[in-house]
Design a protein around this ligand. Structure first.
Ligand code: ATP
Ligand code: MG
Length: 381
């Protein structure tokens, strides 16, 4: 079988690697160059998008910001999963919030903004500080403002007005202001749903973000207090979208109550640990779902931490000498802060995981790998 993936980044690459043992051949469409490419080598094929669609057995996406005409072409083939509505929901915070409201899944209180009066209303209604986000663009914390005092309203509005003015009638630009949630921690749930509505949900993951970017995830902690809330939210959202594939839902944990932060209609960085932590990774389960194959086992096999490698040209080779450490490299050119790869660390139990992270923190400095040392200490206590 051949699977066409819209997007040719690391997620397509890891799906390609996961698909090979299943005899699934993955090709990628690079949305920037508009070329069909090999997801591992980058080799450019002469195939057109139309031909690739015709030859694919199933089509999916590795990100949400896909041109509308490309999405429509793929949907018209009736082979595209998880479908246009799901991709649009993940790519537009306004549509996402509407789905959360419709399904009665709790999220951060918000106010949509298309004019200055709405920003003032948001300050009055939600209080300060506010997290302000563009609805149709932004990832890794980009396209966001933090409003802490009334004096910032004019400057922030000036920047927001530029974004709003760049929208068109067919592709309007909107902004959303959210209450700044005083969360205790961030968690996410990743799960796969197949064409018959069966689901395979992975254990809840705890996530550390630094400056809006994921730096560290840990799976296997005791999350019994909140896990069912996450599963319920996942189930409601996946069913409402008649979802096929892997869906990720990120939450704020506020004293044992989960509020959705955002939804990603794709494999997700906070699910990379499943490559070593589970029998069937999120990448394999996504392919299984869209290809119409039975879902694989999503139970925890080993407690596992995932460390993002951001803006580094390589990792010290000694890292690989630590027991049960796996490196996943994305083959991209290095840029400051860019996601270059990740390191998965597995263990038999949390104390052993803490000890392994402590070993790694001697090789991976805090400035480049924030949160690693603190996590190792908290696991050892
Ligand atoms: P990505 O898609 O890469 O996850 P993003 O650019 O879509 O990132 P968000 O997930 O919305 O951005 O926000 C990034 C981070 O900023 C969150 O993980 C959280 O740490 C913080 N943040 C976002 N919204 C809020 C909020 N309402 N209250 C408190 N913190 C927030
Ligand atoms: Mg996020």
């Amino acid at each position: 079988m051949t699977i066409l993936i819209l997007g040719a980044g690391q997620l397509a690459r890891m799906m390609s690697l996961a698909g090979a043992p299943l005899n699934l051949n993955v090709v990628a469409y690079d949305v920037g160059s508009k070329k069909i490419v090999h997801p591992l080598t980058g080799e450019v094929y002469s195939t057109t998008l139309e031909d690739a669609i015709a030859h694919a057995d199933a089509i999916t996406a590795e990100f949400e910001h896909i041109p509308d005409d490309v999405l429509t072409l793929c949907c018209n083939s009736n082979k595209f999963y998880p479908g246009k509505a799901a991709i649009k929901t993940g790519g537009d915070r306004q549509i996402e919030k509407a789905l959360l409201d419709k399904t009665k899944v709790a999220c951060a209180p918000y106010q949509l903004i298309t004019e200055k009066a709405h920003l003032e209303l948001a300050v009055e209604k939600l209080g300060k500080p506010l997290v302000i986000k563009t609805c149709q663009a932004g990832y890794d914390g980009k396209g966001q403002w933090r409003l802490k005092s009334d004096e910032q309203i004019d400057t922030i509005w000036a920047e927001m007005a530029d974004f709003i003015a760049a929208g068109t009638e067919h592709a309007p630009h909107t902004i959303i202001a959210e209450k700044m949630i005083p969360f205790d921690r961030e968690v996410s749930i990743i799960g796969a749903r197949d064409k018959h509505g069966n689901v395979a949900i992975y254990p809840l993951t705890e996530n550390e973000h630094t400056n809006g970017v994921l730096t560290l995830s840990v799976a296997g902690l005791d999350n019994s207090r909140v896990e069912q809330q996450a599963i319920d939210a996942f189930t409601k959202l996946a069913n409402a979208l008649d979802y096929v594939g892997v869906l990720a839902v990120e939450f704020f944990d506020v004293q044992g109550t989960l509020l959705v932060n955002e939804i990603a209609p794709r494999v997700h960085n906070s699910g990379h640990w499943t490559q070593q932590g589970c029998h069937c990774s999120q990448f394999e389960n996504h392919l299984r779902a869209v290809a119409g194959l039975p879902l694989g086992n999503s139970e925890l096999k080993h407690v596992t931490a995932m460390i993002n490698v951001l803006g580094q040209a390589n990792i010290p080779t000694e890292v690989l000498a630590t027991t049960d450490v796996t490196s996943h490299w994305y083959g991209k050119s290095v840029k400051p802060g860019r996601k270059m790869g990740h390191i998965n660390v597995s263990a038999d139990n949390l104390a052993q995981l803490g000890a392994r992270l402590a070993e790694l923190s001697k090789l991976l400095p805090e400035a480049d790998y924030p949160g690693l040392l603190t996590m190792s200490q908290s696991l050892n206590n």
